[in-house]
Design a protein around this ligand. Structure first.
Ligand code: URA
Length: 437
């Protein structure tokens, strides 16, 4: 077999055999095939896509390129909720309390943030004393005692994805739906969970800019899930504005806690209620989405979800009293109110610009080496569909020393204000599933 023939076949939109896909991916992993040939191969996939069968083999090869993890000794029904990446996405923090309230376990690997999107690991690290499990045994113990075990990604899981992603990044092939789908699903399949929930973000602040693209990505990931006989649900959600009001680290922790106290933003509350309701349906504890949502409302109202979050924080080395005393979290020094220059209805808030406005203050990383300042961020005061008077506050910048002026500029450009009344965005756009519901 010759690599050039496989590239040519894909270039000419012919279907590759399992052997051909295996030959090229194994060869790349063993460093027997150079980057320039894989670059051409990726570009051919970018233009011609992959069939369902090709994608199954491709994903399987990715998944088996490193360790497969099935955490032994966990006594809980495991759900892996994954988000394709958004701005203000503090869902995993709220789910730590909510899933545990229903005896649903989380045993998963999470990432750090880069660019305008934040990472779950960074958000938890805002909490003084908080530490993640360092070994598999520690993680299993955390899941069994608190419901939640999260570790950082290791390069032993799907190492081929890391290699391919770096190459895609510099060859303009990141935004290929089959490549994104196989990249995400190989990592989800490599770490066992009883059910996988994929929150596919749609909008200006997300990978998928419009609903059609998002539907195609969701369908492709569901097809992969089906071919591996796994229970998968995709929830398409709005990212045409940040999620909730808080964008940063400490402020997102506070917003997630407030949500478990029943004081969360409307959109974020709706999202977490839906995700947990879907998990309850996968587990078989709720017949319908509406039943599941009522169950979620109840554990928020009666305080059970918050108690479970406190248990998780305590077992992770943090002071659980922080849920009632936010002065135990890192404090920013200054606030700046960004005022509206005109009266009207908010029609759009570019999530990416808001993410960057928080990032330049130090809440995120521009490069992998940047050090995060967990105390800073942006707190939106107005969302899409709200009316604003000239001179009223649109957003508050919580900052220390860095880059206030750039953050103001980014926030001002993020908002679009028009004269006509605007409806609020629905956060949940569509839900699709395989092997469940
Ligand atoms: N997230 C991933 O894990 N992989 C992609 O290719 C894109 C987003």
């Amino acid at each position: 077999m010759r690599v050039v023939d496989i590239i040519q076949k894909k270039r000419d939109n012919e279907v590759l055999t399992s052997e051909e896909i295996g030959f090229i991916l194994d060869g790349y992993l063993k460093e027997e095939i150079p980057d320039y040939q894989i670059s051409a191969f990726l570009m051919a996939i970018y233009f011609n896509g992959m069939t369902k069968d090709e994608l199954k083999v491709f994903t399987s090869k990715m998944m088996h390129s490193g360790d497969l993890i099935k955490f032994e000794g966990i006594h809980k029904f495991l759900i892996d909720k994954h988000s394709t990446g958004g701005v203000g996405d503090k869902t995993t923090i709220a789910l730590a309390g909510l899933f545990a309230a229903f005896d649903i376990g989380t045993a998963k690997l999470s990432g750090r943030g880069l660019g305008h999107t934040g990472g779950t690991i960074d958000k938890f690290e805002a909490i003084p004393g908080f530490h993640f499990p360092q070994t598999r045994d520690e993680l299993v113990k955390m899941v069994n005692t608190t419901g939640t075990g999260i570790m950082g990604y290791s390069n032993k899981i799907v190492p081929l994805d890391g290699k391919l992603y770096s190459l895609r990044d510099v060859t303009a092939t990141v935004s290929s739906i089959p490549l994104i789908a196989s990249s995400i699903m190989s990592k989800k399949l490599a770490v066992y969970a009883d059910g996988i929930i994929l929150d596919v973000k749609v909008g200006s602040g997300a990978f998928m800019k419009d609903l059609n693209q998002a539907r195609e990505l969701a369908k492709t990931m569901l097809d992969i899930g089906e071919s591996f006989d796994r229970k998968v649900v995709t929830v398409l959600t709005d990212m045409d504005q940040p999620l909730g009001y808080a964008v940063g680290n400490t402020n997102e922790i506070i917003e997630a806690i407030e949500t478990l106290k029943g004081n969360g933003p409307e959109d974020f509350t709706e999202l977490v209620e839906t995700l947990v309701a879907v998990a309850l349906q996968i587990k078989g504890d709720a017949k319908t989405l509406e039943d599941g949502k009522s169950m979620v409302k109840e554990v928020i109202k009666n305080g059970t979800a918050l108690i479970h979050l406190k248990e998780f924080l305590s077992a992770s080395g943090a002071n659980p009293n922080l849920v009632d005393d936010y002065s135990l979290l890192p404090q920013f020094k200054n606030e700046f109110e960004v005022k509206s220059k005109k009266s009207g209805w908010i029609s759009k808030i570019e999530a990416e610009e808001v993410g960057k406005a928080a990032m330049v203050l130090g809440a995120g990383r521009e490069t992998k080496e940047d050090v995060i300042d967990h105390s800073v961020g942006v707190l939106l005061k107005k969302k899409v569909g709200d009316y604003v008077e000239e001179g009223e506050t649109l957003a508050i910048i919580q900052y220390n020393e860095r880059n206030l002026q750039s953050s103001i500029k980014l926030l001002e450009s993020a908002y679009t204000i028009i004269d006509e009344k605007v409806n609020k965005n629905n956060v949940i756009l569509e839900i699709h599933a395989v092997n469940v519901l």
